[in-house]
Design a protein around this ligand. Sequence first.
Ligand code: CA
Length: 503
Amino acid sequence: MKHLIFSLVFSATWSLAKQPNILFIFTDDHAPHAISAYGSELIQTPNLDRIAKEGMTFERCYVTNSICAPSRAVILSGRHSFHNGQMTNGDVFDGSQVTFPKLLRKTGYETALIGKWHLKSDPTGFDRYEVLYGQGSYYNPRMKKDGKEVKHVGYTTDIITDLSLKWLKEERDPDKPFMLMSQHKAPHGRWEPALRHLGTLDDVEIPEPKTLFDDYEGRTSSAREHKMGILEHLGDKRLMLQYSSQFTPEQFKVFDGYFRPRNESFLAKRDSMSKQELTRWHYQRWIRNYLLCAKAVDENVGRLLKYLDESGLAENTVVIYSSDQGFFLGDNGWFDKRWMYEFSYRMPLLVRWPDQVEAKSKNRDLTSNLDFAQTFLDLAGAKADPKMQGVSLVPLLKGEKQKDWRKSLYYHYHEGGGHGVARHEGVKTLRHKLIHFFDKKEWELFDLKNDPDERESVYGNPEYTKVQAKLFKELERLKKEYEVPAIVYKSHKEIQAEKKKGR
Ligand code: CA
C-alpha cells in the first residue's frame, strides 16, 4: 500500500513536471514577410528571429479564413468558422462552446488572456483576462479586466507586455503550469508608432514590392474589384494625416510634433503629384508606420524572452509566436488581407521548446491555425475534443517524419464585401491552388512553382486539365471531410435568418 501511494504521488508529480508552460504571443496582421526570420527585406526583428534560431520556423502555416475575429475563433475552438459560428468579424463568438483553454484548465493549467480579444462576447475559459475593447487603440487603451473597465496610459503594445509580465511575476499560481495568451493589437491599423520610434525610418527608403503597380491582368474580375489599393483606399486616417488615438497632451505634443510638419509639406504638393508619385508616397508613409508598429512588437517579445531567461522559466516553457493572418504590404498594390492569395493566406508560426525542438529547424508541411488547439492540448498531455478538426503539430515539432501528413488545405472566406473582396473558397496543395469566387462563378488556378506571385491564372488552360480535375475532386473531398454546410453559399441575409431560426 505504501509503495502504491508513493508511486501514485511520484507519477502525479512526474506528469506535472512534464507539463510545459505555454506562452502564446499572438499579433494581428503581422505578415511573415515583415519578419526577418522569414527573409524579410523590410525589417529586422532580432527577438522573433531568436525564437526561430532556438526553435522551429513553420514555412507553410495557413489560415482557414483570412480575417481577424474568425482566425481567433478557429484557434480557440479547433474548428472551421462554419462550425464555431464566427464566420465574419460581425458575428458574436459563442463562448459556451468547447475551447482549448477550458480543456487546459481541466488538466491543471492556469490560463490567462491579456490583450486583444476581438470576439465581442466576454472571454470564457480563463482564470484571468484583461482585454482591449473591440479593436483597441494604440495609445491609452481601455481594457476589460475580469468584467470591469480599466484605463491605461501609455503605448498599448508595451502595456500588454507589462500586464503579461506582471501576471507571470506576481499573479499566477507558481504551482501550476500556465497558458498565457499575450495578444497584441499591433501591427493592425490604424498604424500609430510608439513615440520612441517616430522618425527612426526617415532616412531609409523601404524597398517597393515588385507588384506595387499591378494591373490585375491574368486574374478574374475579383482582383480588379478590390478596395484595398495603396493609392485609392488608404485614406487620410490610415496615412496618419489624421490620428485615431486619444492622446495625453504630452504624447500629442511629440506625436503631432513629428507628423504635422511632414503632413503639411505633403498636403501642399499633393494635388500636383502624379498617380505614380502619390502611390510611392503613400506606400513609404504607410509601410514605415506599419513596420514601426511591428518593431514595437519585436522589442516586447524580447522583454518576455528576457524574463523567461532570468526567472528560469525558459527551460520548461514553450514559446509560440503567430499572427491571425498574413497581410499585403503593398504587394499587388494592396494593403489588408481576406484573399486566399499567399501574402494574406500564410501566417507566421515560430515555436521554441527547449530540448524538444531542434534549434534552427524548419518545417515545410502544410499546417494551419486549425491545428493550434490540438497542439496546445497535446503539449499539455490533454485530450482534444473529438469535434476538433485539426491535427496536433507536436510530432512535427519533435522532428518525427509524418508520412501521412495532409497534402491539401481547405480555405473559406465568408465575409464578402469588405475591401471589395468577394466570398471565396479553395484548395491548396504544395504546388497548386484552386480558388472559387462562388458568388461570381469565377475560378482561378495557380501553379505556385512557376508563378509564385500568382499573376497568371491557368484555369481552363489545356495543359492543366488533369491538375484542375484533381483539384476539383480534392475540394469536394475536403468539403465533405469538414462537413461544410450548404447554408454558407447562401446570402448573408439568408444565413442570418437561418441562425435566428436555430436559436
Ligand atoms: Ca488580423
